[in-house]
Design a protein around this ligand. Sequence first.
Ligand code: LLP
Length: 402
Amino acid sequence: MRKMFNSAIVESFKAKETPFYYYDLSLLKETLNECKTAADQYHFHVHFALKSNFNDKVLNIIKSKGYGADCVSGGEINKAIEIGFKKEQIVFAGVGKSDAEINFALDQDIFSFNVESIQELEVINELAAAKGKIASVAIRINPNVDAHTHHYITTGLDENKFGINTWDLPAVSETLKACKNLSFLGIHFHVGSQITDMNVFKSLCIKVNEMQLWFEERGMPVKVLNVGGGLGVDYYHPDENSIPDFDSYFKIFNDFLEVKPHQEVHFELGRALVAQCSSLISKVLYIKNGIKKNFAIIDAGMTELMRPALYQAYHKIENLSKAEGLGLTVEGSLNHTPHTSNLFYDVVGPICESSDCFGKEVNLPETKRGDLIALRTAGAYGEVMASAYNLRSAIRHVYSEG
Ligand code: LLP
């Protein structure tokens, strides 16, 4: 159990303008260290998926720990380079890379393009030829493995737009052989996000083994096996499970992936590295006691954290102004007496949309105007998905230096 808040931290929030993203940087560092140690024992390489969080402070810490960068746009490649990620540790994925983005990536001499269609291979070849360069490419294969996660964040099924289907592989190998400005590096997979069933990764390993054999049999050595990201986190118990079980995760790949001596294994983790280290902190603006329910209207909305509105995602909601909400007495010691005056609230934001709701029938200590509310596990796909809808202010930040 590693608690994110204590009474001193909550006290320090009182004078701050809300809403803001609070980052526990020591938790971020601990998470990164655990992941790195677990991966290093098998010589696995981890790239951080910038799409999950591109906050400069967070990225600087991730870079300083030796992680690579997994980018999905020219903007992300540019950011990774600005932050100082090594070019030979930058990979570029994405189903719709524009010519301008490909040209930019070629100019930057990044490690690899993770290519998602035969036509994309041809375009990269053409643009690389125009520059007199050879582009290193990994083929993103759609393995038809069900990630058993929300359908919006499942990516590895035949019906998904991502990757190249296995029946197209003969055409891929012909194209690779014909394209003189491409160098075949390896194969890439990513079956979905927020995966909590470890059997999914086991099934993925079996597919990767089949696929690498397919290429090797055709005289195309596979140097890199990139298995993507997707490791899930515990949104229900952020303090109890603040750091994902990286040991078990990497062990699955060590046990089931057939890695040859000449091969590197690459991962692209986003959520598992950054989700737990941040909470969105908000203040209660109004309490409305309806006939059927109570509403707690807070000053953060779907504009700051879109996941509940978009995926009906659950983020644990805590009232930080009530010691009981923290499991703390006012002095900060553990309080084991259950609170008796809890009520049920629909916790909603100020945006003019009915979907702007963070939780229905949330059991909270009696809540008042001005109380501080934490929306937990907001570090991944939180501030990166913010919008200015309703002409909202830019995202604010508060950091605990760890
Ligand atoms: N690699 C590729 C090719 C990806 O598409 C993704 C995520 C990752 C790696 C990182 O996956 P992670 O380790 O974070 O699961 N906005 C959604 C999640 C979208 C994930 C998109 N791809 C959410 O809020 O749940």
